[in-house]
Design a protein around this ligand. Structure first.
Ligand SMILES: NC(=O)C1=CN([C@@H]2O[C@H](COP(=O)(O)OP(=O)(O)OC[C@H]3O[C@@H](n4cnc5c(N)ncnc54)[C@H](OP(=O)(O)O)[C@@H]3O)[C@@H](O)[C@H]2O)C=CC1
Ligand SMILES: Nc1nc(=O)c2c([nH]1)NC[C@@H]1CN(c3ccc(C(=O)N[C@@H](CCC(=O)O)C(=O)O)cc3)C=[N+]21
Length: 369
């Protein structure tokens, strides 16, 4: 459900909640349309990190550059990280690899999606995943179960997919109905087919030094991919992750740490989150609160990756609502060096990473290089 109120990002410390006003939608930056930065094409950075191909974004090159950027500089305008474009490039790369694999060994990757219940947003995500699979040549299998299904029914489908050789990835759409135990269900997915990367063994391997998971969770992997493709240096930088969920915040923090950032995690009990966030060269937000992160929370020149997807009422939109992130975009885009929009930032990357994980799984299972 869309929230019926929207922070207008205009008060100082706390969000003032007002009815939606059209004027708030005006683009804040004079140069905004021209600053959408297209990253050059290159293979997935997760497999082979480093090698930034874009010139460093304003303010990200060094502390002195960041210090030079002033938050009162009205011309300052962040580069937009175009997740939609990067995701398209990645899908094209994946389609080429799938065609090669099919030619060489006659195998196409298969992804099974299990959806329980009839939440509209979950149905949309699953439909979009299916479309994305078809477009790159991944065969998709779908199971739709009613809301009142038993945990055993879900487990039965997982077991069937675990032993089906044409299925290389299994995804159980979250959230599950309340009467089901997420842990039991996620534990049942074979770790070799856990393309969401949510199995405790995969998360454990992600957390451990010198170990690698079979799969990195898609949304955090997408965030890292955007940072890599836009040439954001991570090693030695300060990063703040806002949110610590098992599916986004926590694995995002682990990945940043693996990439040698110094990481702080902000959560609902954190005191003075703005002071902590203001120290960060890189901020990843995954909270689910519209406009939580204000311009005053951001270090000039920082890279901001906004994972939040928050519906707010918008009578002028055909759907009656629109999506905004956790970051007050109007304010943040005047101070940050780089920023992801919502929509069109991390969301499309999540789906691209799911396709990437499914291809990776098929290649590993069939020992195809
Ligand atoms: N773009 C994409 O592809 C995806 C987007 N999302 C979106 O990302 C957002 C987060 O999703 P998810 O991680 O699943 O959400 P969860 O609700 O599982 O986790 C939210 C986290 O935010 C923290 N939090 C809540 N309120 C505050 C606050 N005021 N200040 C600081 N931290 C706070 C919570 O802290 P605590 O742990 O203390 O409760 C918790 O760790 C949602 O908007 C979701 O729709 C999610 C997945 C993919
Ligand atoms: N097992 C499981 N794995 C998930 O990865 C998973 C999940 N369950 N449950 C729900 C969350 C959410 N999620 C998103 C995926 C794509 C967009 C996306 O493509 N968003 C578009 C907007 C789409 C629109 O306009 O509605 C964008 O940000 O541009 C958003 C959110 C994956 N999740």
């Amino acid at each position: 459900m869309a929230s019926s109120i929207l922070s207008d990002c205009s008060s100082s410390a706390t969000s003032r909640l007002l009815p939606l006003r059209r004027a708030l939608l005006a683009p804040p930056c004079r140069f905004r349309p021209a600053t959408v930065a297209a990253p050059p094409r290159r293979p997935l950075a997760i497999a082979a990190p480093q090698l930034p191909l874009l010139p460093r974004a304003r303010g990200m090159a060094s502390a002195s550059a960041a210090a030079a950027a002033s938050s009162t500089d009205s011309d300052a305008c962040a580069k937009i990280i175009d997740g939609k474009l990067v995701a398209k490039q990645i899908r094209e790369e994946i389609a080429v690899e799938i065609a090669k694999m099919k030619d060489a060994i006659g195998v196409v990757p298969g992804l099974a999606v299990i959806l329980v219940g009839s939440r509209k947003d979950s149905q949309t995500y699953v439909r979009n995943k299916k479309k994305a699979c078809e477009a790159v040549g991944i065969k998709s299998y779908e199971v739709n179960l009613p809301e009142d299904s038993s945990e055993d029914e879900v487990l039965k489908h997982i077991t069937t997919f675990n032993s089906d050789p044409s299925v290389h990835g299994i995804l159980v759409q979250l959230p599950l109905p309340h009467h089901m135990n997420d842990e039991n269900i996620l534990n049942a997915v074979s770790i070799e087919k856990d393309v969401d990367g949510f199995h405790p063994l995969n998360i454990g391997r992600l957390a451990m030094q010198g170990r690698d998971p079979f799969f990195v969770p898609c949304t955090p992997k997408g965030c890292m991919e955007l940072l890599h493709r836009y040439g954001v240096e991570i090693k030695g930088k300060r990063a703040v992750v806002i949110g610590r969920s098992n599916i986004v915040g926590m694995p995002a923090a682990l990945l940043l740490q693996k990439a040698n950032a110094t990481v702080s995690i902000v959560h609902s009990n954190t005191k003075k989150p703005e002071e902590i966030t203001r120290q960060a060269d890189i901020v990843i937000t995954a909270v689910g609160v519209a406009n939580l992160v204000r311009g005053s929370w951001i270090k000039p020149g920082a890279a901001i990756i906004d994972v939040g997807i928050n519906p707010v009422d918008d009578p002028e939109s055909p759907r009656g609502y629109r999506l905004v992130g956790d970051v007050c975009y109007e304010e943040a885009s005047k101070i940050a060096g780089l920023i992801t929009p919502v929509p069109g930032g991390v969301g499309p990357m999540t789906i691209a990473m799911l396709l990437s994980n499914t291809l990776e799984s098929a290649k590993r299972i069939h020992k195809f290089k």
